[in-house]
Design a binder for this molecule. Structure first.
Ligand SMILES: N[C@@H](CCC(=O)N[C@@H](CS)C(=O)NCC(=O)O)C(=O)O
Length: 219
């Protein structure tokens, strides 16, 4: 019996839904997943259920949580390993996760998530490339300092920071902007994570009628 509901948007496109879903799965919350096909702007069905009119939106054991960064903190109450145990390392993880939540707008506009297309070389402009370079540096310096024990940002555990950046990995795989070798290796590791694999597989099964012209013809 489910303890609540997780509202998501079209898996193929909804980068924020991917974050929320990964966090909920990593915390092993038992919720019913409700996928609403998004309209590519304002989706009436999302507005009807979600307090901020956006997905992801989580209802769990009486708690109502929107905004993916708040979902991360809520999930970490059930699975503390979502953040690193060491205080200073945890501070860094929270800082980069929050930076992702707040920023990289140029990248998000120029390279919208689409799990089913190859848009190699599309979406590159000075602002989006500056975001790409900044993220590459963030990943590389984080992995150099904290990631020695494994392939993820903080080593062998795929944590909340990885969940926040997973849709960026998806964008980089679709749009193939210039990346360092270290960033490429990180992208491969995230793509190979079983939950990311599951999300891609479920996205591939969505009805074609959910696809939106504006995201399918960027090239
Ligand atoms: N800041 C929000 C962003 C959520 C967001 O923008 N979600 C998009 C889908 S990726 C959305 O719901 N857009 C409205 C719609 O499609 O109707 C969060 O962190 O959860």
């Amino acid at each position: 019996m489910a303890d609540g509901k997780l509202y998501l948007g079209t898996r193929r496109y909804s980068s924020w839904s991917l974050r929320g879903w990964l966090l909920v799965k990593l915390a092993r919350l038992e919720v019913e997943e409700i996928v609403i096909p998004i309209a590519g702007g304002v989706t009436a069905a999302v507005r009807e259920v979600s307090p901020n009119g956006l997905v992801p939106y989580l209802e769990h054991q009486g708690a109502k949580i929107w905004e993916s960064i708040a979902i991360a903190e809520y999930c970490a109450e059930f699975e503390p390993g979502l953040w690193p145990a060491d205080r200073l390392t945890r501070a860094h993880a929270r800082a980069i996760a929050a930076e992702m939540h707040a920023g990289f707008r140029a990248l998000r506009i120029a390279m919208p998530m689409n799990l089913g297309r190859d848009y190699t070389g599309v979406g590159q402009n000075p602002d989006s490339l500056a975001d790409v370079a900044h993220i590459d540096r963030l990943w590389t310096t984080t992995r150099e300092k904290y990631g020695a024990s494994g392939p993820y940002l903080f080593g062998d555990v795929f944590n909340a920071a990885d969940a926040m950046f997973a849709p960026v990995v998806a964008r980089f795989l679709t749009f193939a902007p210039p990346l360092s070798d270290a960033a490429r290796v990180y992208c491969k590791a995230v793509r190979a994570h079983p939950l990311v694999e599951q999300w891609y597989a479920q996205a591939a099964e969505e009805p074609q009628s959910w696809q939106l012209e504006k995201y399918e013809n960027l090239a």
